[in-house]
Design a protein around this ligand. Structure first.
Ligand code: PMV
Length: 365
């Protein structure tokens, strides 16, 4: 899909030898988790996420036509927060070469990507969703510029989600506003394993839902996502897990429409704990939760019972906890965090985020 079969070099506009574009793209937090993949970054089960707002990557892509192109390799520099980063550069060159059938014109240009994150280093927040989606959006914009193609917003979004997915699975959901799903499922019209789609008509309770990210550890992930997904192949509970995710998608979609916070919270927490159970029972096994994560989870449950405030937790494949709740309870939740949770956090750090509207064009870096 999206392979460019009609391309030939003559199509490149010679009056525009160089150009640049900049996108800001957010991270997302999965409600129903994607864990397990097959083929070329295809999910074993559908997933749903909230697009965030404050945790984002800003990426600028600059291109200049080569004087003479004698290689069929991509020429590429990667700068992160003002410094050239050769480690990321190697990974991204590999990625760009792998999508040369979709963007065959890339080899004709010298490319420079500059990127920065809104969230601090060592916050333990995975940046692959925001960074891969920002890069994918820049590439799709560049294609429009250099080939002069006319593409509808829907096709542009689909294509950038598809490219994001090839870079990092969950990144494909970041392209859309508020709530996105990825993976073929009956309940969602137009859903696909190849790219994400936006779930429209969300209940107003969720439109500005809060996500307070509690930094239990700012260290890098102990287990990379690819290793984690790989552990689902041949996992003793894989079949049950994929069936559970499909069932949970149904429940979550219903609750997102009706505003039923009880069902939402039940599914959210079940998904987070199942993800960790899968890792604890894989071969080899991994325990990614820290004692502090467990302390926080039990305090959140107690707080919810005593205050009747709909405060729920979720986790990614690491020890940090995302607290999700309606905006009207920000004051109560922040006092709860300050009074009872800070002692469990790495350098007492937390990041306040909320459901957001997705990527936007940005100022050049
Ligand atoms: O996109 P990846 O390969 O980094 O995998 C992300 C997996 C989870 O964050 C644990 C779940 C998800 O759906 O985002």
């Amino acid at each position: 899909m999206f392979t460019n079969l009609n391309y030939n070099k003559e199509m490149l506009s010679s009056d525009k030898r160089s150009g640049s574009i900049s996108w800001q793209s957010p991270s997302n937090i999965a409600i129903v988790k994607y864990w397990g993949k097959h083929g070329l970054q295809l999910p074993c089960n559908p997933s749903v996420s909230f697009t965030l707002s404050n945790a984002f990557t800003k990426t600028t892509l600059e291109w200049t036509l080569k004087n003479k192109n004698i290689t069929d390799e991509v020429s590429f520099e990667f700068w992160f927060e003002g410094r050239r980063n050769e480690l990321f550069e190697k990974k991204q060159v590999k990625f760009l070469n792998s999508i040369s059938n979709i963007f065959p014109f890339l080899v004709e240009y010298n490319l420079k990507v500059s990127s920065e994150n809104s969230f601090p280093h060592s916050a333990g927040i995975a940046s692959s969703a925001s960074s891969m989606s920002a890069l994918a959006l820049c590439l799709c914009s560049m294609e429009k510029e250099v080939l002069g193609t006319n593409i509808s917003k829907r096709d542009f979004d689909e294509k950038s989600s598809y490219i994001s997915r090839l870079g990092s699975g969950s990144a494909c959901r970041s392209v859309f506003s508020r709530v996105a799903s990825w993976g073929k499922c009956e309940q969602i019209n137009g859903s696909s394993d190849l790219f994400a789609t936006e779930i429209p008509n969300i209940h107003e309770k969720f439109l500005n839902f809060q996500d307070t990210i509690l930094i239990v550890s700012g260290k890098e992930k102990e287990v990379s996502s690819s290793v984690g997904h790989g552990l689902m192949t041949g996992h003793p509970f894989a079949t049950q897990r994929f069936a559970q995710a499909k069932y949970n998608i149904e429940k979550i979609i219903e609750s997102l429409k009706t505003g039923d916070l009880n069902v939402f919270g039940e599914v959210l927490e079940e998904e987070a704990l199942t993800l960790h159970s899968m890792m604890m029972t894989s071969r080899p096994s991994f325990i990614l939760l820290k004692p502090e994560s467990l302390e926080i989870i039990s305090k959140v449950k107690k707080f919810r019972e005593e205050s009747s405030i709909p405060l729920y937790f979720t986790l990614d494949a690491g020890p940090n906890i995302h607290l999700l709740y309606p905006k009207e309870y920000v004051k109560e939740v922040i006092s709860f965090i300050n009074e009872e949770i800070l002692e469990h956090l790495d350098s007492k750090r937390y990041i306040q985020d909320e459901v957001g509207l997705g990527p936007s064009l940005a100022q050049l870096l």
